[in-house]
Design a protein around this ligand. Structure first.
Ligand SMILES: Cc1cc2nc3c(=O)[nH]c(=O)nc-3n(C[C@H](O)[C@H](O)[C@H](O)COP(=O)(O)O)c2cc1C
Length: 278
């Protein structure tokens, strides 16, 4: 693991104290001189000290503050971000082509900025980068589901209904209900022992979805794939997901073959205002 390497540039530091004030763990202290790291073991590596310093005087984890993106003047207009959020759609029609690996990596390297509980930053993005690979996974899963179905071992209830539909649609019509014809798949997982694996993995995918949308890349949260992975638990290891990881969720994605021209109309939000309860 990277060492903390907390360093202060004395020429730049104006002793404003913001780094110490903003440190969530209270491990930066200012005595007589410049700020110092008082407890490396207590640092959660969130880099708030680097981010909050007005004069870019603080370096941590070997990061040069001058390499950070400046926020002033670079943030999106709220209305545009709202349009992105409202205009996002689940995409269920895809072009039969792979995205360039660099484009996928670019999205993942943004998605990994999503928050994680206690800044664990331990979400693993398992990605299927080639559609030929995804086709093999689809064939494997549907084959296994068909076997389970023939043996009367598909799960009951909603999952069984959906998985039965997946098998039938594929076998009778060549229709891919599981991945909706998307060329790529993303699966998030995190160590089960992490502070918040369930939340971290979902937030990571939500973040991925938004940046993908901003790049014109379509996504679909893939509950059916989750059901299939639960029914065929050996698959996770074959995908290279560590045994001590909890699965988060799956999301299929790729170049959309559909264009939405307007947002849908939802809301108002269901709101429960707490007032006078205590
Ligand atoms: C947790 C979750 C699981 C989902 N699973 C699937 C799925 O397996 N297949 C699918 O086509 N859509 C799936 N969806 C997409 C929803 O059906 C979709 O979000 C909803 O119909 C609203 O449409 P919109 O996303 O375009 O606003 C899922 C969405 C969520 C949040």
């Amino acid at each position: 693991m990277t060492r903390i390497q907390f360093q202060v540039d004395d020429q730049r530091c104006i002793l404003c104290g913001e780094c110490a004030l903003d440190c969530p763990m209270g491990v930066i202290v200012i005595d007589d001189g410049p700020p110092r790291m008082a407890n490396e073991a207590g640092c959660i590596r969130c880099q708030h000290c680097l981010a909050v310093c007005p004069t870019a005087a603080i370096s941590i984890l070997g990061k040069n503050p001058d390499d950070s993106i400046l926020l002033a003047g670079n943030l999106p207009e709220p209305e545009r971000l709202a349009t992105l959020i409202k205009g996002r759609r689940t995409v269920r029609r895809y072009r039969d082509q792979d995205l360039a690996p660099e484009r996928i990596d670019e999205l993942l390297n943004i998605a990994c900025h999503a928050p994680t509980g206690v800044n664990a930053a331990s979400v693993l993005f398992t990605v299927v980068r080639e559609r030929a690979e995804l086709h093999r996974l689809r064939d494997y899963l549907i084959g296994r589901l068909a076997e389970l179905q023939a043996a009367g071992k598909l799960p009951g209830g909603l999952a069984g209904n959906y998985l039965g539909w997946v098998v039938k649609a594929w076998q009778e019509h060549g229709q891919d209900i599981m991945f909706r014809g998307a060329p790529h798949l993303l699966i998030t997982s995190a160590p089960a022992a992490a502070p918040c694996p369930a939340q971290d993995t979902i937030i990571a995918l939500t973040t991925f979805q938004l940046i993908a949308q901003a790049h014109g890349i379509g996504t679909v949260w893939d509950g059916i794939c989750m059901m299939a992975l639960a029914a065929c638990p050996e698959t996770a290891a074959r995908l290279g997901i560590p045994a001590d990881h909890a699965l988060g969720y799956t999301m299929a994605f790729g170049e959309p073959a559909v264009e939405y021209h307007r947002a849908v109309q939802r809301g108002p939000a269901l709101v429960n205002v707490v007032k006078g309860a205590f």
